[in-house]
Design a protein around this ligand. Structure first.
Ligand SMILES: Nc1ncnc2c1ncn2[C@@H]1O[C@H](COP(=O)(O)OP(=O)(O)O)[C@@H](O)[C@H]1O
Ligand SMILES: [Mg+2]
Length: 252
């Protein structure tokens, strides 16, 4: 279980994350929503070690990861999609996958190698298949569509065998059809891998359809958590978020 307790982070006078406590059960799928600037990305950045919390705990199976380095946190089992496809544009899909596993192994030599080298290729293969990239393995990352680049980023997170996968707006910048293709893949891998998935998403049609549980952030605090039905009917959520923006039609 991922157990967040009293997590806080301020930037100057802005409380980007303000005393947030949340549980994510093993194997659960949760959407995080909220207005721009609500602190959604900061919340993820605190969990993955990209930002150091001012206070609070990030407990994964009882081990507090708050303040550890991003690469340590990945090794403990919290994965996230990075924009790697754009960082190594000239590597092929397959090379990118293998590079990710090898880089992780080099970092972990001091402790132990997480995966035998012989297993590396299998793991990369499995992740490519899950994300539908196996038939594009010899394409360079730069020549992939935007959607496939995002899938590659998720495959990279997956290849390191996360217990928890955090996805910050996996459908950002996509058209409607591509969004559904992406989110169907996310759901598929959640079901296949039985991992805990938390994703940030703006499209309320997607959120209400896909996520069994929704967390609403507003001004760095939790405004509500609940099932799609409960969130749809929550007065505070409608007032702060759903009722005010383009999401109105998804509520009806
Ligand atoms: N690195 C940073 N430095 C200063 N302020 C930041 C930084 N990251 C986020 N913020 C501020 O924290 C608040 C939450 O931002 P963010 O987590 O990106 O929101 P969201 O992802 O919900 O749109 C915003 O007011 C934003 O301007
Ligand atoms: Mg954000």
């Amino acid at each position: 279980m991922l157990d967040i307790r009293g997590l806080s982070k301020s930037f100057g006078g802005v409380k980007a994350t303000d005393d947030v406590s949340l549980d994510f059960a093993d194997g659960s799928l949760t959407a995080v929503i909220g207005p721009n600037g609500a602190g959604k990305s900061t919340f993820f950045n605190l969990i993955t070690g990209a930002l150091r919390p001012d206070s609070g705990q990030v407990l994964l199976e009882g081990v507090d990861l708050a303040g550890k380095s991003p690469s340590d946190i990945v090794r403990y089992g919290i994965g996230r999609a990075f924009q790697v496809a754009s960082i190594f544009p000239s590597l092929t899909v397959q090379e990118t996958m293998l590079a990710a596993v090898c880089a992780d192994q080099r970092r972990s030599t001091v402790l132990h190698r997480r995966f035998p080298l012989a297993e590396t290729r299998d793991r990369a293969e499995h992740a490519m298949e899950l994300l539908g990239l196996a038939n594009k393995r010899h394409r360079t990352a730069a020549t992939l569509s935007h959607g496939d680049q995002k899938l590659l980023d998720i495959a990279l997170a997956l290849v390191l065998d996360p217990k928890v996968l955090l996805l910050d707006e996996p459908t950002a910048g996509m058209g409607t059809e591509e969004r559904w293709r992406m989110i169907d893949k996310v759901r598929e891998l959640w079901e296949a891998q039985k991992i805990t998935v938390v994703f940030i998403e703006h499209d309320m049609d997607i959120v209400f359809k896909i996520a069994p549980r929704i967390v609403v952030l507003c001004y760095g605090r939790i405004l509500a958590t609940g099932t799609p039905d409960a969130i749809r009917r929550n007065e505070a959520v409608i007032e702060a978020y759903l009722g005010t923006e383009e999401h109105a039609e998804a509520v009806t």
